[in-house]
Design a protein around this ligand. Structure first.
Ligand SMILES: Nc1nc2c(ncn2[C@@H]2O[C@H](COP(=O)(O)OP(=O)(O)OP(=O)(O)O)[C@@H](O)[C@H]2O)c(=O)[nH]1
Ligand SMILES: [Mg+2]
Length: 323
């Protein structure tokens, strides 16, 4: 049996160290990464995947910690992938998250992993979902992915889950701010955290008005008042998440949602690989540079330059090795 196959075997038996190791190898695009991903392919889809996102400091980690403990009370095991935008480190939980998620971490039924969003070469969504795949294979009933809701790749992490929870706070500038950040489109459920602070009820009212227009194929997007730090509203939140899970499992909803997401993951990977291959290819780059000079000299419209580059791209594509 190959080393990757052994690692996958150990993950399937619930070996946490093997899981941690596999996540690192996947994250670093190690030579074994592809074999591990292939080994895991037949073992995904069992866990309920929850994306939690929102502005920096909204209380997401505090909420995840509370949710994890609440889930444990209901006898569910939990995996957490926390994407930290500020951290240049990767591998293992970071000190900050260790402190904030302290209580949940002591429980063997909970597995927490932090990853840095820097240096993932635009493949953040992929790395995070692959880490979630590992925790899925490890047998965690729920896998929660926490990302800060800034930037497309961070939003993509949360949007690629079975359910997306958007965490807002009273002082975040209300629903308008959330709309601008692209959070409205991806939310299946809103949490107004830090509801111990002034302005919480206004925020709730504003959100209710806006969320009224949201269309989620018949799912009415709930808006919940939470004080994560006092563990208030967590049971209600978990109840709603369970309802959403049950709703998804009616008919083909879950399957269809996952199918759309799998298609997105495939497109995303092909696009990333294409760009890596093409824009780093010296021949293509030379044509891009040459055309850029012509554009600057007023000899070419950008559109025409793109057509020229496209010609070279088509030729090079047939010569480049596969992904
Ligand atoms: N007043 C109040 N403070 C809270 C609440 N929940 C979390 N906090 C505090 O808000 C701060 C940020 O909490 P985190 O859980 O780290 O927030 P986060 O969204 O994970 O932060 P990033 O991951 O850095 O974006 C901490 O000081 C928490 O103690 C709450 O319900 N009320
Ligand atoms: Mg956090």
């Amino acid at each position: 049996m190959s080393r990757s196959a052994q690692l996958v075997e150990r993950i399937l038996q619930g070996d946490r160290r093997a899981a941690a190791r596999a996540i690192s190898l996947l994250e670093n695009h190690a030579p074994e990464a592809r074999a591990i991903a292939e080994g895991l392919a037949g073992h995904r889809g069992k866990s309920f995947r929850v994306g939690i996102t929102g502005p920096p400091g909204a209380g997401k980690s505090t909420l995840v910690d509370g949710l994890a403990r609440e889930l444990r009370k209901r006898d569910r095991t939990v995996g957490v992938v926390a994407v930290d935008p500020s951290s240049p480190f990767s591998g293992g939980a970071l000190l900050g998250d260790r402190v904030r998620m302290g209580r949940a971490l002591e429980d063997p039924g909970v597995f927490v992993r932090s990853m840095a969003s820097r240096g993932t070469m635009g493949g953040l969504a992929r790395s995070a979902q692959e880490a979630a795949d590992v925790l899925d294979a490890l047998g965690k009933d729920w896998v929660i992915l926490e990302t800060v809701g800034v930037g497309q790749s961070e939003l993509a992490v949360a949007a690629a889950c079975d359910v997306t929870v958007v965490v807002l706070v009273p002082e975040a500038g209300g629903a308008v701010q959330a709309m601008k950040a692209g959070l409205m489109e991806i939310a299946d459920l809103f949490v107004v955290n830090k509801s111990d602070r002034p302005g919480a009820d206004e925020m709730l009212a504003q959100l209710r008005e806006t969320a009224h227009y949201l269309d989620r194929e018949g799912w009415k997007v709930p808006i919940l008042k939470v004080i994560a730090i006092q563990e208030q509203g967590l049971e209600a939140l978990l109840d709603r998440l369970e309802s959403y899970h049950a709703w998804l499992q009616e008919g083909e909803r879950l399957e269809e949602k996952r199918l759309r997401q799998a298609a997105l993951r495939i497109r995303d990977l092909v696009r990333a690989r294409l760009e890596e291959r093409l824009w780093l290819d010296p021949e293509v780059d030379a044509v891009v540079q040459e055309n850029a000079r012509h554009v600057l000299a007023g000899q070419l419209a950008v559109h025409q330059a793109a057509i020229n580059v496209w010609g070279t791209v088509r030729e090079r594509l047939t010569e480049l090795e596969g992904i």
